[in-house]
Design a protein around this ligand. Structure first.
Ligand SMILES: O=C(O)CCC(=O)C(=O)O
Length: 281
């Protein structure tokens, strides 16, 4: 079962993936600010997630030159993100990553993600964000938080365009003030790895938090140490959708003795010109 500590800090709901049709106004409620996010329990079966992890591990070994699998302070990433400065290289890797993720899920990933989003956001279309030359942005990436490594340091999604020029393409078409994060837990850690939502929102962000030198740094973590917080723990097969644009958040380090925390997911934001939500990472 997913757990939420300090549940009164933000409006979060836990819903069963079998009852998504009863929650068709979820995206609207997040947009309005009435809800911060939802956890979907049981989007995929845990044993299927285990098989996806095995196929991903084989894909990592087979991946030539390891250009899609790279180290990070918290462990490793598989995929590519718009934090990469070379947009051309990003777009090439985007297509390869999405193909590999889809194969690891035996062609069930995209259909399941788009279906859950459509059911929580009735009346909207959820589509891959497409660059001006017709190439899709990557829909997802895989984050592997390994035992005994660093946390995924505190951040908020409205800051990314301030630091990374490759964001200009998505910023032109999507309103990143509406950005949400979604991901699926493929492997839950035994200990650690909680998602922490701090009692600090975009509106009251201290100016020095937004200096490029502070990006994903411990400086923020030290300052946030005394802030009130909500902690969320998901199980393998659970997914989450939350307002990563509004709330400062980080992921706690995974305990040294624990297996890795493995998630796959990305971001979505509302199109500037219509009612669609575009997915990217
Ligand atoms: O893996 C997580 O729990 C959070 C990842 C994250 O920081 C995000 O989706 O913005």
């Amino acid at each position: 079962m997913a757990t939420i500590t300090n549940p009164d800090l933000y409006a979060f709901e836990i819903i069963s993936a079998n009852h998504l049709n009863d929650h068709a106004d979820t995206v609207q409620r997040i947009e309005n600010g009435d809800l911060t996010g939802v956890i979907l329990e049981g989007l995929f079966a845990p044993d299927f997630c285990e098989s996806v992890v095995e196929r991903l591990q084989r894909a990592v070994q087979a991946e030539p030159g390891n250009r899609l699998y790279y180290p990070a302070p918290f462990g490793h990433v598989f995929g590519t993100t718009l934090m990469e400065n070379d947009l051309g290289a990003y777009l090439q890797r985007a297509a390869i990553t999405d193909g590999i993720v889809e194969a690891c899920f035996q062609q069930r990933y995209k259909a399941t993600i788009f279906s859950f989003l459509a059911r929580l956001g009735k009346g909207r279309d959820f589509v891959p964000a497409i660059h001006t030359d017709g190439q899709p942005f990557a829909m997802s990436g895989v984050r592997i938080l390994e035992g005994g490594r660093e946390p995924l340091e505190a951040h908020i999604h409205q800051e990314f365009p301030l630091h990374f020029p490759s964001y200009q393409g998505v910023t032109r078409q999507l309103d990143l003030a509406t950005e949400l994060s979604y991901y699926l837990v493929l492997q839950a850690p035994d200990e650690g790895g909680d998602l922490v939502l701090y009692d600090l929102n975009w509106e009251n962000t201290p100016q020095d938090f937004l200096d490029s030198s502070a990006f994903m740094s411990k400086v923020r973590a030290d300052r946030l140490e005394s802030a009130d917080r909500m902690q969320l723990r998901l199980q393998a097969g659970d997914a989450i959708l939350f307002a990563a644009n509004r709330v400062w958040h980080r992921v706690e380090p995974v305990a040294a003795t624990s297996k890795a925390r493995i998630t796959v997911g990305g971001f979505l934001a509302k199109a500037r010109e219509n009612n669609d939500y575009g997915l990217f990472i």
